[in-house]
Structure formats: C-alpha cells, structure tokens
Design a protein around this ligand. Structure first.
Ligand SMILES: Nc1ncnc2c1ncn2[C@@H]1O[C@H](COP(=O)(O)OP(=O)(O)OP(=O)(O)O)[C@@H](O)[C@H]1O
Ligand SMILES: [Mg+2]
Length: 470
C-alpha cells in the first residue's frame, strides 16, 4: 500500500551544506527532493508546490522549525513534518511531536538512514489513512446518499449485496421487478457507488417517447436530419459520457432501436440520426424493466440477442408482498423522512400495514403513509387514515357530476338516474334499487314522484323478487 509516485520532500536547514547533503541522500534513496535554507523560503516553496513531507532543522532564524511546523499543520495538514535536531534540543523535539510533528531524528553521524526509514513509514501510514478515509467515505455515501435503501428481508439484502458488488465494476446491470419495487432507487445507487459517481447520471425512459423521437433523444441528430432538426444535437449517450446512462423501461424499446442499442453495447459506437460518423462513448449502462422479457422474446417483441446482452447481471427486486418483513422498516423510513417516528402509527394501523399486500409495492406504501400522516394531523395514524383499510368509495367519488355553470335540476338528475338504473336492471326493480343504494320501497315512491309508476302499481317482476325490508 505504498505510494506509487515518489514522495516529494522539502529539506529545510540554514546550514546550507547540511540541507544540500540531506537532499542529495534522500534523492539517492528514491525521494523527489528540494532544499531551502530557511523557514520563510520553505513557506514560499510550499505555496508553490505540493510536498508529502518537510524535513526541517529545529533551530533557525525565525520562523524556526517549530513555527514552520505550526504553519504546515495548519495550512497543509496532509504534509508530514520531520524534525532534525541536535542532541541538546531533544526536549524541544519531544514537544514538537506533541504539536503534530511526525518524527524527529538526531543530527548525528550518518543520520540519513534513520530519516529515510522514518519518511517511508510516514508514507505508508499516510497511504493507509487515505485508504481508510476513502473507505469511510464509501460507507458514508452508501448509507447517506447512495443507498437510502431500507430492507432486512433476505431477498432485499441479497439484492443490495449484488448491487454493491456490481457497482464498482463497469458491468451492465439490469434491474427487474414490479412497478414501485425500487428499480430507480437501486439504479441510482449503483451509479453513486461506482467510480463514475462524479460523472453524469442520465436517465431515459424508453417508454415515454415515440420511436423517431426516442432515437434522436438517445443518439442525437445532425443538423437537417429531419424536419425540425435545425441544429446538431448530441444525444443522451453523449451526455452520459464518463458517467452512467439509465435506460428505464427498456422493455418498451421499439425493435429498430433494440438493434441500435445492441450495436452500441457490442461495439461501444453509434451514429447520430442523419450522420455517419461513428461516435465512441465511455458510458456505463444500467437498465430497468418490469416487463417479462423472456415472454417478449418468445413473442418476438424483444430481440433475443439484446435480452442475453442485457441480462448478464440481473438484479430482481421482489414485490413487497413477498417480503412483508420489510414493511415496518419502510414505514419507519418514510416517517423519519417526514420528521416523524414510529410512535406516530397506532399498533392496529401498523398491523394493517404489515398485512396488506401492497400491489403498488413501496411506492404505494409511501403514498399511503403520506396521505395518512396528512389526515391524522397531530394524532397517531389509525386504521381510519389508511386508504386501503376503508370501504371503497372511489366509485362514489368519481360519480359526482360537476354542476354546470347554468346549474342543474336535481329532480331531473334523479329521474334520469332512476330511468338508467331501471334500464340497466332490465326492469328488475330490486336490482335497480340496489344500483341506486335504495330500498325497493323508496325506489317505488321516487318512481311515483317522477311519474315513472302509478301509485300502488305492482311490477311484473314482483314475484321473482326477494322481499326487501322497507
Ligand atoms: N428498499 C427501499 N428503501 C427505501 N425506499 C424505497 C425502497 N424501495 C423503493 N423505495 C421508494 O419507493 C418509491 C418507488 O421506487 P422506485 O421509483 O425506485 O420504483 P421502480 O421500481 O422504479 O418503479 P417503476 O417500475 O414504477 O418505475 C421511491 O420513492 C423509492 O425511493
Ligand atoms: Mg422506475
């Protein structure tokens, strides 16, 4: 874990002879060196170029070794300081260690060997520290930005593990799973955990555009390629250079574009629409789909060769109903994001959440909870706030006609609805009454009101009807 480039060392000593000799010895030992004859000069040199280490005499005209040490610690904390000192100044040297010097060596005889050892050790220690910081950053980013991914269920853990492993490679990744299972989230995480995380993240929804537009969106076009192509435009592939291109809903890709995509995947080159120059891009592809690609291959709506190419590293995100163990954690996650906590959900509501199959998966869970939090206000979320736990009123709600500007006649509307119900029920008044949420008796009286029936008139279907309590 030693640094690959030679370590750059600045030697500082007002005894010019010593500065020169030490620098020469260190150069022989493989370091890249410069020497100066005083503290002020050293600071100027440090401002000019980056050094891995400063080797300085202790006693010099101000700024002396200690002052230089203090300055370096403050302004170039990554630069190691090693002091050279005469025996007489050992006390000061020890003090310097406390102030952040890496080491000190006694200027005695041929002390360069000791110095070389000390500097090499410093280099190794530094490399190690850097590696640790890098790892800490990675872990941090996995937790904080890259993977705000929640889930304890073995299936989720497996998917996470796969994502982590493949992220650091440049391999194509295919995310599979029902709508709302987290494909987008995982795709972004793969990007953020990769060495491309500082590069662009470009997402294209392959199902959102008609074929011609999609082609130009992906691959760009030359000026005049088609009506309206007034200037040349690079496509999303080019936008993503050095980064990751996320092809969402890749199963929706029209066949012609499947061919073109396959070509990019195999040859890394493509041409813009209306152009013939081959463009090469350095792009990592992550694709996602909720479609059964295997079936599509069988039905010949998806090219088999492209399927095999995409499916090298599939990560399947299981539907939420197959990992009910994740629900409480996801609930907690959503609550926390809304500045709330688990106490905000009543035990009954939690039980209901854990038992509900969530056909819309995590997205539905999020929406359900967000809505419930709004409805509950300051109170804990209860069953009455969970949409799926309510009797279905959606029909009723969608049924309410908008009152036109000129107003309407409620009487006429009621009559029209009754007529419609009778028609739909083919004259069966029990059924018509049920369609309207009325008892048969009430329906009769309303029919009389609207002159749809004479008072006391029985229906020919009367006998077939079950008697309903009024
Ligand atoms: N394991 C998880 N932890 C935390 N949040 C999650 C998890 N899985 C999904 N989500 C959240 O659920 C929502 C839906 O996820 P996402 O958009 O990634 O689903 P998708 O599979 O891409 O859906 P679609 O197929 O409809 O595009 C997002 O808000 C996402 O952050
Ligand atoms: Mg998505």
């Amino acid at each position: 874990m030693t640094a690959t480039a030679p370590l750059r060392v600045l030697v500082v000593d007002d005894e010019v002879k010593n500065a020169e000799l030490t620098a020469a010895d260190l150069a022989d030992a493989g370091f890249e060196t410069r020497w100066v004859s005083g503290g002020a000069e050293a600071l100027r040199e440090l401002e000019r170029a980056r050094f891995d280490a400063v080797v300085t005499d202790l006693r010099m005209a101000p700024p002396d070794g200690l002052a230089l040490l203090a300055e370096v610690r403050k302004r170039w904390p990554d630069t190691v300081v090693v002091l050279m000192t005469a025996y007489a100044a050992l006390e000061t040297a020890r003090k310097a260690l406390k102030q952040g010097a890496y080491d000190y060596v006694e200027k005695e005889g041929d002390f360069t060997d000791v110095l070389v050892r000390s500097l090499r050790e410093a280099a190794e220690r530094r490399a190690l520290e850097r590696e640790n910081t890098r790892l800490a950053h990675t872990v941090e980013s996995m937790r904080e930005k890259a993977l705000p991914i929640v889930g304890q269920a073995p299936a989720t853990q497996r998917a996470l593990e796969l994502a982590r492993k493949v992220a650091v490679t440049d391999s194509l990744v295919l995310l599979r799973g029902e709508s709302g299972t987290g494909k987008d989230l995982f795709a972004r995480s793969v990007h953020l955990l990769s060495r491309r995380s500082d590069g662009p993240w470009v997402k294209v929804n392959c199902g959102a555009l008609p074929e011609a537009l999609l082609e130009s969106e992906l691959f760009g076009h030359e000026k005049g390629a088609f009506t309206g192509a007034v200037r040349q435009k690079p496509g999303r592939f080019e936008d993503a250079a050095g980064g990751t291109l996320f092809l969402d809903e890749v199963g929706e890709l029209p066949l012609a574009l499947q061919v073109k995509l396959l070509q990019v995947l195999e040859e890394r080159t493509f041409t813009r629409v209306g152009g013939n120059a081959a463009i090469t891009v350095d792009v990592r592809i992550v694709a996602a789909t909720n479609r059964p690609l295997e079936d599509m291959v069988r039905e010949r709506t998806f090219r088999e060769d492209l399927f095999f190419r995409l499916n090298v590293f599939p990560i399947t995100l299981p539907p939420l109903r197959e990992r009910p163990g994740d629900v409480p954690r996801l609930v907690e996650h959503v609550l926390r994001r809304h500045g709330s906590s688990l106490e905000q959900v009543s035990p009954e509501a939690m039980r209901a959440l854990a038992g509900y199959p969530f056909p819309g998966n995590v997205r539905e869970l999020e929406h359900t909870l967000e809505r419930a939090l709004i409805l509950a206000g300051e109170d804990p979320v209860g069953l009455e706030h969970l949409a799926f736990a309510q009797p279905d009123r959606t029909l009723e709600a969608s049924w309410v006609p908008t009152i036109p500007a000129e107003g309407l006649s409620l009487e006429a509307l009621e009559k029209a609805l009754i007529v419609q119900a009778l028609e739909r029920a083919a004259g069966n008044k029990s059924l018509a009454a049920r369609l309207l949420g009325l008892t048969r008796r009430t329906l009769y009286s309303r029919m009389e009101k609207h002159a749809l029936r004479r008072p006391g008139e029985g229906g020919e279907d009367e006998a077939a009807e079950d008697g309903e309590p009024a």
